[in-house]
Design a protein around this ligand. Structure first.
Ligand code: NAD
Length: 541
């Protein structure tokens, strides 16, 4: 045992590596990619430190290469989830009772392992399994996850230091307890870092967690779990189960010890999970904390004073990086008529220059979309756009599934600002533009605010300060992350806490203390040094 008011290391954002031709990191990653491409991982569940197999398995293939089988994943049955919960609960008292700095030490070590020897593995798994370009994998699987682990430790230390005042003769304290029960973490396919953060943020705060990652990100989840074990995470603190989210949540939410849901994914699933827990509220020992980040239909709004070059890059990067499969991706744009001819040419050139293909070739910009279902959704939307006489395909519009799930980076222009692709989250490389008359700036602000059920991110391009001020005010509730003269993607932990309200979720801001506060249930302790020994008050004479 050690005693002291320990200061945690000052967190800093992990430096993004370039992977430029000839760089050491490029050679090292390429070697790891080659090795990983030659093996099919037997991805078992991990419960109480043991690997758990199942009679049911599913295969993970690379979205950009149907022939590349990366993992055979063992799929959960109800009994596995029960086992995972029981095992977590058996670990809960020991984990909660561990000195906070010992818990913090596990995640600081995980951050440094990922910064060093595990970087190539998690990047390669994300490139191959989720079809990210090398840059997209690096900023997600390496940098963002490292940042979550380092910054969360610092936020935790700040929370612990937040203590109440004490009056003479009284010592008041706040005891930051974990929730009583277990947390269910369910993560989406599109960010390895979110997969890593959803179970570890509650675990850092002393909770035990059942983690059910997306089936489509099972490979990176498998390696994340192995990395956490290498960092010294005790058995049973986070139990990993793979497979059907409906079964996992049915089992977990039927348990009286269900204490919280840490979810990121689509809006419909979040609403379904919320209802499922609400319907069973009488069962629970404690009111469950529901933290859910969901969809987006993120906008870029250009004012007539915008710089066209900056706008075009913001649109291109915002809409097409990771094939538009970011919750924050730009998917609807509002361009003033005066700028449209230049913007149109610029974005058409940019989109035509993007390479789409095998991301294991590190020069590639876009890989495949995540699976056949996503590919079909995009293909159908593009066919409908082509069939609509009012919609013009400025660039792209095609898709091809011969070798992988490829969709062309596409720009559409519509005269109807409430047409399907201006409103529906497609989650693919499809940007729809609406061209407004410059005089209609104010009504366009209202349009941007009221078109979507979501309110996740938005980017404003303008150099006129009055316009910036006006838009920031009019769009105050239209985005939880609002960017001025920048693309609406790429939030950095510790710099732009992330999340949105309305249909986009509970806005509990991943990458900040606001999120961690949801995973603690504080107890007030008042200790009186010299308690009263006479029950009478002075006014009684
Ligand atoms: P998804 O909703 O399909 O899956 C998310 C998780 O829920 C997975 O673990 C999945 O297995 C599980 N799940 C799926 N169907 C379920 C059901 N019927 N019952 C219970 N669980 C179920 O989402 P996805 O396709 O993996 O991710 C894309 C979505 O996530 C998009 O809508 C995107 O906007 C959103 N997203 C939001 C954020 C954010 O921070 N707001 C970040 C990333 C992704």
């Amino acid at each position: 045992m050690s005693t002291g008011r320990f200061a945690v290391p000052e967190p800093y954002n992990e430096l993004v590596r370039s992977y430029a031709p000839g760089s050491v990191e490029r050679t090292s990653l390429q070697e790891r990619l080659t090795r990983m491409s030659k093996e099919t991982v037997d991805a078992q569940m991990r419960i109480g430190g043991k690997t758990i197999s199942s009679s049911e398995t599913f295969t993970v293939t690379a979205p950009h290469d149907h022939s590349l089988e990366l993992a055979e994943v063992h799929a959960l049955e109800a009994e596995h989830v029960e086992q995972a919960i029981d095992d977590c609960l058996a670990t809960a008292a020991d984990w909660a009772g561990l000195a906070w700095e010992e818990r913090a030490g596990v995640f600081l070590r995980a951050a440094d392992l990922l910064s060093g020897p595990w970087r190539d593995t998690l990047n390669a798994a994300t490139i191959l399994g989720q079809s990210k370009s090398v840059h997209q994998a690096e900023i997600d699987a390496a940098c963002e996850l490292i940042d979550f682990w380092r910054f969360n430790v610092a936020f935790y230390a700040e929370i612990l230091a937040d203590q109440p005042n004490s009056s003479p003769g009284v010592w008041n304290r706040l005891d930051y307890r974990p929730l009583e029960g277990f947390v269910l973490a369910m993560s989406p396919f599109n960010f390895t870092a979110i997969g890593g953060n959803l179970p570890t943020a509650p675990a850092l705060m002393g909770n035990v967690v059942v983690w059910k990652p997306s089936e489509k990100a099972a490979l990176s989840a498998h390696y994340t779990m192995e990395l956490l074990r290498a960092a010294g995470l005790p058995d049973g603190v986070i139990n990993l189960v793979h497979g059907d989210g409906a079964v996992a949540s049915d089992v977990a939410m039927a348990r009286p010890e269900f204490a919280g849901l840490h979810f990121t994914g689509s809006e419909a699933v979040l609403r379904g999970l919320w209802s499922k827990s609400g319907e069973q509220i009488e069962r629970y020992r404690t009111f469950p904390r529901i933290v859910g980040e969901s969809g987006g239909k993120d906008f870029v709004l250009a004012h007539p004073s915008a710089s066209v070059d900056a706008l075009v890059v913001g649109l291109g990067r915002g809409a097409f990086e990771y094939q538009g499969q970011k919750c924050s991706a730009a998917s609807r744009a509002y361009i003033p008529r005066s700028l449209w001819p230049q913007v149109r040419d610029g974005i058409a050139d940019l989109a035509s220059d993007l390479t789409v293909g095998d991301v294991a070739d590190l020069t590639t910009f876009c890989g495949g979309v995540i699976d056949g279902q996503a590919w079909q959704r995009h293909t159908d939307a593009l066919a409908a756009a082509r069939d609509d006489a009012d919609i013009e395909v400025v660039v792209g519009g095609g898709s091809d599934k011969t070798d992988g799930w490829f969709v062309d980076p596409t720009v559409l222009v519509t005269p109807d600002p409430r047409s399907d692709t201006m409103v529906r989250e497609l989650f693919g490389p499809i940007l729809t533009c609406y061209v407004y008359d410059d005089d209609n700036w104010e009504t366009t602000l209202e349009l941007v605010d009221t078109t979507s059920r979501y309110a996740l991110t938005g980017g404003l391009f303008a150099t006129d300060r009055a316009a910036v001020d006006q838009a920031a005010d009019a769009l105050r509730n239209a985005a939880g992350n609002f960017y001025v003269n920048d693309k609406p993607t790429g939030a950095v932990v510790g710099q732009q806490p992330f999340g949105g309200a309305r249909g986009s979720g509970t806005n509990d801001k991943a990458g900040s203390a606001l999120n961690l506060l949801r995973w603690t249930s504080a107890r007030s302790i008042k200790e009186t040094a010299a308690p009263a020994v006479d029950w009478r008050y002075p006014h009684q004479g």
